[in-house]
Design a protein around this ligand. Sequence first.
Ligand code: ADE
Ligand code: ZN
Length: 325
Amino acid sequence: EVTSTFTQGLPKAELHVHIEGTLEPDLKLKLAQRNHVDIGQTTIEDVQKTYQYDDLASFLAVYYPAMNVLQTEQDFYDLAFAYLQRAAANHVRHVEIFFDPQAHTSRGIAFATVINGLYRATVDARALNIDARLIMCFLRDFSKESARQTLAEALPYKEKFIGIGLDSDEHNNPPLKFARQYEDAAAAGLHLTAHCDIDQKDSIEHIRQALEMMDVERLDHGTNIVEDPDLVDFAVRHQIGLTSCPLSNSFVSPEMKGQEVLALLEKGVKVSINSDDPAYFGGYIGDNYYALADQFALTKAQVVQLARNSFETSWISEDQKRLYL
Ligand code: ADE
Ligand code: ZN
């Protein structure tokens, strides 16, 4: 039987966590005070009362305004280091952390402020026995011109992040909108992933574009792929990683998509379990493994396979992978 002690203690990699989604109510209030930003609430309970959402758009409407409390390089450091401490307690050995520069540059925070603070926390994470890397995401509901500008601003810092991703509101924002930025990022030696959120309009078409036309190495969420056997074959053949996030799913859909995860495991797709926005969706990575295992009666062997998949589809070197597998 799989216990929460087992899921917490299992060595694992986390491949789908948004650093802005790790902003806990207590740190939110502390930063609001430190930076004299009025967020409309003054107690943890009042902050938590605003956490009401039932789909991606209503979640994002709560998520973005809260970022106003992040102002200085130290704020970004504190945010990331707090997450990394929790990750260490969840026996995360390797993490690839998403950040959304446009959510900050669009409100006047310099790109350097964001990446330097986050990067310094990843360096200090070595003392926690975690290998931490950064993935820069484009906001897909912003223009491609904004993405182009963001990539141009980021490339001088390319030693500080390992890949690019695509997040925010997927509705009418297909991966191909950013084909040019993906090409340029790949040419700069960066890894590629993209969100294909669950149960979106055009889910399968978006997955097809990302896999067949843009050469992404992973799909974030992406579990709607089970509806298309040819794409499932493609994912198996190309060892595409799918980063599923059970607790996040249960907020924006009636279910955590356990049947889909199990079906994909069975077919040999490299699916992994992740936390997405743990401060908003009620749990860190160990809780996500446990919720899925508990609700869908996973065996220990299945849970171990999910953790193996997280290392296998991570972007660490093959040498480093051998240390974990
Ligand atoms: N930004 C943060 N979390 C996200 C998610 N689950 N989907 C899209 N954009 C996001
Ligand atoms: Zn996500």
